[in-house]
Design a protein around this ligand. Sequence first.
Ligand code: LRY
Length: 226
Amino acid sequence: MDRGLVVSCQSFPGEPLYGPNYMASMAKAAVIGGAVGIRANSPEQIAEIKQEVQLPIIGLWKREFAGFDVYITPRFEDAKAVFEAGADVVAIDATHRPRPDGLTLEQTIRMLRELQIPVMADISTYEEGIAAEAYGADFISTTLSGYTSYSPQQKGPDLRLLARLAGIVRVPVVAEGRISTPQHAVQALELGATFVVVGGAITRPHQIVTGFTDALRSFDESVTVR
Ligand SMILES: CC(=O)N[C@H](C=O)[C@@H](O)[C@H](O)[C@H](O)COP(=O)(O)O
C-alpha cells in the first residue's frame, strides 16, 4: 500500500449511515479525494466496498463476546472470514488480552501467515508493537492506544507511541486513532508513519457535527459567564 491516507469507512447499527451501501459510497468519496486505501468493518461491508472501489482494503470485524475485552477481529475464524470477504490486509486486536477462541496472539498471527493473510496488528502500547512485529505482523497500527485500560487516555492521537515505534520496528507503522485534522496527518508522516488512517473525522457526520456544536456551546458558556 502506498504512503498516504487510508479512510476508515465504518458504520454500526443505530448510526444514521448504517445500511446497505452507505459505506461503499463513503469509500467512493475517499477514492475521489485521493485516499490510498480503505479500512472497513464486517464481511458484509467489506464485500460491498470491494464491488465499488479498487483500492486495497484493510478489513476487520468488530464483535463482542461476553467476558472478553477484545473486539477487533477477536477470533482466528473472524479474521479468515474478513479475508474471504475481500480484504487485502486483516486488522486484529494485537494486545495480550485473552481471546474468545483461546488462541494466543502469537498463534493467531502465525496461523494467519500460514494462510498468507497479511496482518495489521492493532496495538495500544510500545511493548505490544514490539511483540507484534516479533510474532510476524506485517503492519503495526496505533489503533488501540486510549482504548485499553492501561494505555494513555488522551483526546488527540498518540503521536508519541507512533514516533517510538517508527524509530525501531522494520515493518510499516500506521498512525490511527483520533486523527482529526490534516495537520495531525502530516505530523504523523513526519514522525515516520507509512500511512495515516482517519475514520470519524471524515466518515462519521454525527461526530463532525458534535465537534461544531460543542465548540459553539463552550463559546456561549464563556459569553454567559462574562
Ligand atoms: C478503537 C477502535 O475501535 N477503533 C476502530 C478501529 O477500526 C474504529 O472505530 C476507528 O474509527 C478507527 O480506528 C479510526 O479512528 P478514528 O475514528 O478515531 O479516526
